[in-house]
Design a protein around this ligand. Structure first.
Ligand code: FAD
Length: 384
């Protein structure tokens, strides 16, 4: 009897591990090989911005070793194995000078952090935190320090600001926009989060950017575009993520903002699928956990022989700023309507209402945050 060609999954983040968990519920036999460029440790990435609040370092956030995941899931896991190419005609992955044959291939290789080109001699003091390996390096570098400058006031920058203040660090946040989380929150909700973070001691420098980071004593000095200078022990860069598309493009797989897949998570190449932060599903790039879980459930069925399309429901995003609990369900980008806001101090309830009176999105902060589940019921699912 010939051996069955394996399902190969690239990536052991939440997408890769969620998919294999779902797949094993349906198919315990087909061989699965997971390859990953990192250590293969299972962890929950959203927890990276809660380490100080929950008093957990990188080891504390690690949930399971690749060996124990392999045993639990009945799969083979190859850590520290970086994919360098895909030969879609031969159905082979290229890993440096080695090749790995696949029956079906799943790309779950995530997104890269955007790195700003800064002047100055202290680039090695600028940390991006996009996985557990990064987090370990960041915590090690921070030991003994007291002051952190964060570039970016998006969801991740704001969560780290809150978490680092909870850990007792001095925190400066520098960002070019006038508001926090501009692509996610309406103005009133952004103002509420800002005011509670300021009450917690976070200092904001908005409407400007970091131009230069130079060494100063054991720390760094940041020169801002508005002429200000700031001192810090190190810098966290939280300026955004870009889905990893290069290797797919080089293999002739269609990519736009992300690797393009239809609702069955099929790429333009036969037997190659994608999900998670690297994927653009039916035109949408959603770098969150709920969409990738929905994709993992659908793709598991497809891989086990029943072609299944993902159906996105309503997917609110929780912002982990405990000083100002916040949840948001952004309206679709093309939606017509207006924000209607009710405010009581830092408690904001903003509903995005269509001309016909339908609620298409919401943002709630402070005491209104508990209404998120109820409000989510009124918002139409992303896939009708
Ligand atoms: P990743 O976790 O990035 O995994 C990618 C995998 O691919 C890794 O194993 C990597 O080593 C591997 N890989 C990459 N390139 C190669 C290669 N060439 N060869 C082999 N392997 C490769 N979302 C929410 O919904 N709620 C939250 O509260 C939330 N908080 C967050 C907080 C932080 C600090 C961050 C950074 C993100 C947060 N997110 C949150 C987003 C969410 O965590 C991600 O959407 C999700 O974890 C992405 O998982 P993934 O498996 O697609 O990608």
């Amino acid at each position: 009897m010939t051996e069955q060609t394996p399902v190969v999954i690239v990536g052991t983040g939440l997408s890769g591990y969620s998919l294999v968990r779902e797949f094993r519920k349906l198919d315990k036999e087909t061989p699965v090989i997971m390859v990953t460029a990192d250590d293969g440790i299972s962890y929950s990435k959203p927890m990276l911005s809660t380490g100080f609040t929950k008093d957990k370092d990188a080891d504390g956030l690690a949930q399971a070793s690749p060996e124990s995941m392999a045993e639990q899931l009945g799969v083979e896991i190859r850590p520290w194995s970086t994919v360098t190419g895909i030969d879609t005609d031969a159905h082979e992955l290229v890993l440096g000078d080695r090749r790995l044959r696949y029956g079906k291939l799943v790309l779950a290789w995530g997104a890269d952090v955007i790195r700003l080109s800064l002047k100055g001699d202290a680039q090695d003091r600028v940390f991006s935190i996009n996985d557990l390996v990064d987090y370990r390096a960041f915590r090690k570098a921070l030991a003994g320090g007291q002051r952190v400058a964060i570039m970016g006031a998006g969801l991740i920058g704001c969560e780290f600001a809150n978490d680092l203040r909870n850990g007792g660090y001095e925190v400066d946040v520098i960002a070019p926009d006038a508001d926090l989380m501009p692509s996610l929150l309406p103005e009133a909700a952004a103002g509420a989060v800002r005011s509670e973070l300021e009450n917690l001691g976070v200092r904001f420098h908005l409407g400007t950017v970091v131009e230069q980071v130079t060494r100063q004593g054991g720390g760094v000095e940041l020169a801002l575009g508005n002429g200000e200078t700031l001192q810090a022990d190190l810098v966290v860069s939280a300026v955004g993520l870009r889905p990893r598309t290069e290797l797919a493009r080089s293999a002739g797989i269609a990519a736009n903002r992300g690797i393009q897949v239809n609702r069955a998570l099929e790429t333009s190449a036969p037997d190659v699928y994608a999900l998670g932060d690297c994927a653009e599903v039916d035109g949408r790039v959603l770098l969150y956990v709920l969409p990738l879980m929905a994709c993992a459930r659908a793709l598991a069925k497809t891989l086990s022989g029943v072609r299944t399309e993902v159906a996105y429901g309503t997917m609110p995003v929780m912002v982990k700023t405990p000083c100002c609990p916040t949840a948001v369900c952004p309206p679709p980008p093309e939606a017509e309507g207006e924000w209607r806001t009710e405010q009581d101090g830092s408690s904001v309830k903003a509903l995005f209402v269509s001309p016909a009176g339908a609620t298409l999105g919401f943002a709630v902060t402070g005491r209104f945050a508990v209404e998120k589940q109820m409000l989510a019921r009124d918002v139409p699912p992303l896939h009708q």
